[in-house]
Design a protein around this ligand. Structure first.
Ligand code: ADP
Ligand code: MG
Ligand code: ZN
Length: 637
């Protein structure tokens, strides 16, 4: 039997050190051995090991009548018969009736009985207990023990078969100095911190606010892309205010058993009110807080009940309950409107992806415990990582340190971090992924195609690196980075991006007259972009500025996919998408034909050296008369 599946990958095991599975197997074997011993002992004690012949009570009656019996020893309902010839036999009488009565019933006369000695012995207390109760007790004990073992294994695991109604919130104690997180540990997010300071103030001195009649927000919802530090910031609020922090993730409410979610919510709020002032933090609340209604299947009912219970609990807050509910999600668009109305999660704190300065700060925070070499320039790393989230930067620093440690260096150097950027962006290099000569050629022309299109088209981002070494899922890659940070993207940029994505496909077709499966993900990128241009951003002249889909681009979960636009519009959209893609292909073809010399030069160089850094790459461009992209006069900031 394998119970281990209940136990894997559960963060809750951290608290109570879970028994390693091997030991579990050992203890089962031990238990079985133990019970075998007990059973053997029982058999010996109860004397069932010895073989004493048994007689039927009717035969015994005959023997007594015939005067052949010397003595009968009565122990409970057991009879030990000693015959005149010293033979010993066993018999059993009916429970509850006396021996003499039984014998009379079998026709033994009192005279005959008088000749037989009858000795009645009470079984000793302990023996009696052992012999009579053990047969019943043993299986029960065994079952109990079995469940006890099971529960020990299951404890903390997902199932919690013995305590399903209880909240599984992890509590962070404000006095725990080691795990304490404060605003100092969170870089950037200035506006968010500003918002949350108010909450901290309230938790620190609630009286001040209550005296003046201010209504304190009950709920704060943190939204932002994954890895922007929502969880971290929530912890920091608790740390700043020095209050207990109940941490639970949305999916933990809804587990195997229906009805558990709601009872967990009740339990959690009860606990928090007891510990007030306190923070309840529901991470990834979209797991339960999605728009209600239109649900099908039990899972959704469960979700709705849980959500309802949260709403009920929040409405039931007294002003002096001093419990603040924080929640985090990266899908604020799918949340139920009832959650975000005033009186519930009425504060919304938005966490953006960090900008250049913030990225540098985050890198600094995560560099603290790592010995850095003198050549480290975190500013440069921050410049090279637009679009990275806090979590990406954390993992970048970590990868850098791992690279340095693997090469037995005591310090982390700049080139470790540079390599780490690519690793975080694209996954590890797969140097063992050997290409045949032909594949290598195809990949080289493919990537050169991307690169040249990107470098020639005016609105595409400049190329930083081209490589035909496989990485993650990609056979090769062309790394391009925007010249500067940008929040808005324009139609022209998208059009050039699509052409650049198709550059690999066009290159393969042009050089080899055939297409491989290589460009499949490129085509997906291009198609998705084109579709979004038409349906979301109003960038098609035919459709006009109409948003046909929501920002997720797909029907929401839990709702029956409904066509929001007619068949006619749908046909037009498809036509527009293929027109944009075809335009992209034409523009890529034009570039690659016009700059065929540069294109083949890059591809040949790639076959030779496999990776081209920006400098070498740009040298080849200049030789073939392609202008390099320059940063526009940067505004002073
Ligand atoms: P989210 O909950 O938004 O997905 P997390 O709060 O779990 O992201 O962030 C993951 C990790 O990324 C954090 O533990 C932290 O190490 C790092 N991180 C994210 N944002 C920041 C930040 N602003 N400052 C410092 N570290 C950050
Ligand atoms: Mg999180
Ligand atoms: Zn490609």
């Amino acid at each position: 039997m394998d119970f281990n599946f209940l136990n894997q990958k559960n963060p809750q095991n951290k608290g109570k050190k879970g028994q390693p599975p091997a030991k579990f197997g050992g203890s089962i074997a031990g238990a079985i051995l133990f019970f075998m011993l007990i059973t053997a002992l029982y058999l010996v004690v109860s004397g069932e090991g010895k073989v004493i012949p048994e007689v039927a009570i009717s035969d015994l009656a005959k023997s007594v009548s015939a005067g052949e019996v010397k003595n009968i020893l009565v122990e409970g309902d057991k009879l030990t018969i000693t015959y005149n010839n010293d033979e010993i036999k066993k018999a059993k009488k009916e429970v509850g009736s006396s021996l003499s009565q039984t014998l009379f019933n079998y026709g033994v006369t009192s005279q005959a009985l008088a000749k037989t000695g009858i000795e009645i012995k009470n079984e000793s207390g302990f023996m009696f207990l052992l012999l009579n109760i053990l047969p019943f007790l043993l299986p029960i004990v065994f079952i109990l023990l079995f469940f006890w073992y099971l529960s020990r294994q299951v404890k903390g695991a997902g199932m919690q078969a013995f305590s399903f109604g209880q909240s599984k919130a992890r509590l962070t104690d404000p006095n725990d100095k080691n795990n304490r997180v404060t605003f100092k540990d969170v870089a950037g997010c200035k506006e968010a911190k500003e918002e949350l300071k108010e909450i901290v103030d309230f938790l620190k001195s609630p009286k001040k606010f209550l005296d003046i009649g201010a209504r304190i927000p009950k709920g704060v919802i943190l939204t932002g892309a994954p890895g922007t530090g929502k969880t971290l910031l929530a912890r920091a609020v608790a740390g700043e205010a020095s209050v207990p922090f109940f941490h639970l993730s949305g999916s933990e409410f809804v587990e195997m058993f229906v009805g558990v979610g709601a009872s967990r919510v009740r339990d959690l709020f009860k606990m928090a009110k007891k510990a007030a002032p306190a923070i309840i933090f529901v991470d990834e609340i979209d797991a339960i807080g999605r728009t209600r209604g239109g649900g099908f299947g039990g899972g959704n009912d469960e979700r709705e009940q849980t959500l309802n219970q949260i709403l009920v609990e929040m409405d039931g807050f007294e002003p002096n309950d001093k419990v603040i509910v924080m929640a985090a999600t990266n899908r604020p668009d799918v949340l139920d409107p009832a959650l975000i109305r005033p009186g519930r999660f009425d504060r919304k704190v938005i966490l953006d992806l960090p900008d250049r300065a913030d990225r540098e700060e985050i890198l600094k925070i995560h560099a603290v415990k790592k010995p850095l070499a003198e050549d480290i320039n975190l500013k440069l790393i921050a410049e090279r990582t637009p679009g990275f989230s806090g979590a990406d930067l954390y993992s970048l620093m970590n990868e850098g340190a791992i690279l340095a440690a693997r090469e037995n260096r005591k310090k982390v150097f700049q080139f470790d971090l540079i390599r780490a950027i690519e690793k975080v962006m694209l996954g590890p290099e797969r140097k063992s992924h050997l290409l045949s000569k032909k594949e290598k050629e195809i990949t080289a022309y493919h990537e050169a195609g991307h690169a040249i299109v990107a470098s020639v088209l005016p609105h595409a981002d400049p190329v930083h690196k081209v490589s035909i070494i496989a990485r993650g899922n990609a056979g090769g890659y062309t790394l391009k980075l925007p010249l500067e940070e940008r929040r808005l993207q324009s139609k022209r940029e998208f059009i050039d991006d699509i052409a650049m994505s198709l550059g690999g496909y066009v290159a393969e077709k042009m050089i080899f007259g055939d297409i491989t499966t290589g460009p499949s993900s490129d085509l997906q990128v291009a198609t998705n972009l084109a579709r979004a241009m038409v349906t979301r951003w109003g960038m098609s002249d035919v459709i006009g500025p109409i948003a046909l889909v929501d920002s997720g681009g797909r029907p929401q979960y839990g709702e029956i996919a409904e066509r929001e636009f007619s068949e006619t519009v749908s046909t037009k959209v498809d036509a527009e998408v293929s027109r944009i893609i075809n335009d992209g292909i034409k523009s890529a073809e034009k570039v690659l034909t016009e700059y065929k010399k540069a294109f083949t030069a890059i591809a040949k160089k790639l076959i030779e050296v496999e990776t081209l850094e920006q400098e070498e790459y740009e040298k080849i461009l200049t030789v073939h008369g392609i202008m390099l992209k320059k940063k526009e006069e940067a505004p002073v900031s």
